[in-house]
Design a protein around this ligand. Structure first.
Ligand SMILES: [Mn+2]
Length: 365
């Protein structure tokens, strides 16, 4: 049996620009700690080799200390490591992959054409290819693995499955099956695929091991892949994320005493307030109430004004005059977006007239 640690899309040194500068720096530090945990996961689980399927770095603008830490981690992994550069960290001459001093156990694929590394002592062959630019045409169709009964064949490559027009090495199930490999270790898509099978070939992508935004919600991690014999493949997902991104919603009527779920302290939330109300929800108060319960918080106001608010337009009062003016604008508005904006103005204006504290602007993070 061989056991593989398969990870991809670390996107080290991401900008995290939705967070404050201080918290973004902390997130980048936590990403670097991810490298350390790869080494301990490898050791604790006794993995025989490591496949890193691209986008280890988010861009060329990585910190020198991050690159050095990668070199150190690779040597600490202490088993053969294969890296298939992706669209964010593609291989180029005089780029980081030629500049970095990598330990002897690490091999970076450098050509868009597949090449093979044979690990005789394990009875394993590793086939891999690299992005050498941001975009890459489909390459997997060209891979025809010559049959060798005594070897387990692995493929390590960055690419996008099931999106025929993709500019990121589009890969079809038919091509996966055509490789006749035992396991294809992919990267690019940031959500775990589950262990899949095309023909006799198993394949998977682990997703990113650390979420970086609300498009990367939920548990994130890496894969332990066991190959007992050719055609006998199992995979286990290991969560690695220091913090999770989560989206929640709450009705405007349920804000009093609302709390984030247990264990929320480490996580990052987007909370959307929904429902029909007479006035804008007090997001500033909500923020004060919840801020201590999580690492970072984004509030969204998706409430709608109750119809009867407009009915007060008949009042002989400042409120009445204000609502009549807005109602005229509302009736002559041409788009939903305009009407939405006027409705919001009505609610905020009413809150101001009633002496309530002003809510934080929509989209404040
Ligand atoms: Mn990618």
């Amino acid at each position: 049996m061989i056991r593989i640690l398969h990870a991809a899309d670390l996107h080290l040194d991401s900008p995290f620009d939705a967070l404050s500068e201080e918290k973004a720096a902390q997130r980048r530090r936590e990403q670097r700690e991810l490298l350390r945990s790869l080494a301990s996961i490898r050791a604790e689980n006794g993995c025989d080799l490591v496949l890193l399927s691209g986008d280890l770095f988010d861009s060329d603008a990585a910190w020198a200390e991050t690159e050095e830490l990668l070199s150190l981690t690779l040597s600490e992994l202490a088993v053969p490591v294969f890296i298939a550069p992706g669209n964010h960290d593609y291989f180029r001459s005089r780029g980081r992959w030629t500049r970095l001093r990598l330990p002897e156990n690490a091999r970076v694929f450098s050509s868009p054409d597949f090449s093979c590394e044979v690990l005789n002592d394990m009875g394993v062959r590793v086939w891999g290819a690299a992005f050498t630019d941001t975009y890459c045409a489909g390459k997997l169709a060209e891979l025809r693995i010559p049959r060798a009964d005594d070897f387990i064949d692995l493929v390590c490559v960055h690419g996008e499955v099931g999106v025929p027009g993709s500019r990121y090495n589009p890969i079809s199930e038919r091509e996966l099956a055509g490789t006749k490999a035992d396991y294809v270790a992919l990267g690019h898509n940031h959500s775990f695929s589950g262990l899949r099978k095309a023909g006799g070939t198993y394949y998977a992508w682990p997703g990113c091991p650390e979420g970086r935004g609300f498009d990367e919600c939920g548990e994130k991690g890496v894969l332990l892949v066991d190959i007992d014999a050719p055609g006998k493949v199992r995979a286990r997902f290991l969560p690695t994320a220091a913090r999770r991104y989560e989206r929640l919603s709450v009705g405007a009527g349920e804000l009093d005493g609302f709390r984030l779920p247990a264990g929320s302290e480490r996580n990052i939330y987007e909370l959307t307030v929904t429902g029909e109300t007479d006035s804008a929800p007090d997001l500033a108060a909500l923020r004060r109430a919840l801020e201590g319960q999580c690492f970072a918080l984004r509030l969204r106001d998706a409430t709608r004004i109750r119809r009867d608010v407009w009915e007060r337009a008949g009042e002989d009062s400042l409120r009445g005059v204000f609502l009549r003016m807005l109602r005229e604008k509302y009736d002559s508005a041409r788009t939903d977006a305009e009407r939405e904006e006027i409705t919001r103005a009505a609610r905020w204006g009413l809150a101001a007239i009633d002496g309530r504290e002003e809510a934080e602007p929509l989209g404040n993070t």
